[in-house]
Design a protein around this ligand. Sequence first.
Ligand code: SF4
Length: 66
Amino acid sequence: MRIEIDRDVCIGAGQCALTAPEVFTQDDDGYSTLLPGREDGHGSPLLREAARACPVSAITVSETAS
Ligand code: SF4
């Protein structure tokens, strides 16, 4: 899995961190960021849910080849 957060779009709503707290967190400015070591989504079943929960669709989840 590959996760991309468009921080130009993110409004810091925090829905991603609420939905999948094992993958997303918020930085000091309130914007979404990935927890260290969780850049691949950590196999979280909530990952796609978190992407859907984002009110501005800032999160893109894509399959990786490997
Ligand atoms: S849910 Fe979307 S807008 Fe809110 S913090 Fe996460 S990426 Fe940003």
